[in-house]
Design a protein around this ligand. Structure first.
Ligand code: ADP
Length: 197
């Protein structure tokens, strides 16, 4: 393993700063930021087949079917394998995590080195998401849909924390701090972890 963390997953609820931190890490380490949500929104904007198939799920804040997202992610991961990547938004269910682990059997170059778990209190998540709704106007950032997405996170995605902890690659970071401080904490934790590995 190199001295640089190049295959990372950000695991955090909506509003925790996952996308912001993923973008900062990508810049810091010179790796690619792969956001499943951004990829899906681009497909919707293009009106592609996949975009038409997923539009309603996105609007309601429901998870899109695993097979659709898997195809899209495999293509994207293969393109980024050389450079390295920080994954943002996939895997987000145990089923997807198992699929991601399966991929590694054939493609060891996409195996995760570290998973970052950003922890932020629930009230703060709500506050940030409503603030973001006003700024960005995303159709899934309204009160009821936000609550729905957070519920899905608790039910479907949070179990991944234990899943990756048991693989020995989970790093927990306090996300309830200014963004620059969170980035500093993440970089320190990642660098120490990769050096130790
Ligand atoms: P957030 O994490 O704030 O919900 P994202 O941009 O990550 O925002 O995701 C937006 C939407 O895209 C989700 O509500 C879901 O409909 C879809 N989506 C993104 N990633 C996945 C995934 N891994 N599996 C299924 N659906 C996904």
């Amino acid at each position: 393993m190199g001295k640089r963390p190049v295959r990372i997953l950000m695991l955090a609820p909506q509003g925790a700063g996952k996308g912001t931190q993923a973008a900062r890490l990508a810049a810091h380490y010179g790796i690619e930021h792969i956001s499943s949500g951004d990829l899906l929104r681009t497909e919707v904007e293009k009106g592609s087949d996949i975009g038409q198939a997923v539009r309603a799920y996105l609007e309601h804040g429901d998870l899109v079917p695993d097979d659709l997202i898997l195809q899209m992610m495999v293509r994207r991961l293969l393109r980024a394998a050389q450079t390295g990547f920080v994954l943002d938004g996939w895997p987000r269910t145990i089923h997807q995590a198992l699929a991601a682990d399966d991929l590694v059997t054939d493609m060891p170059e996409v195996g995760l080195q570290a998973v970052l778990n950003l922890v932020v209190p629930t009230e703060e998540l709500h506050r940030r998401l409503l603030a973001r709704a006003e700024k960005e106007g995303r159709t899934d950032d309204t009160g009821a849909v936000i609550q729905h997405r957070l519920d899905i996170y608790q039910r479907e995605t949070k179990p991944l924390v234990d899943y990756y902890r048991s693989q020995g690659i989970l790093l927990t970071i306090d996300g309830d701090q200014p963004p620059e401080v969170v980035t500093k904490d993440i970089v320190a934790a990642l660098d120490a972890f990769v050096r130790a590995g």
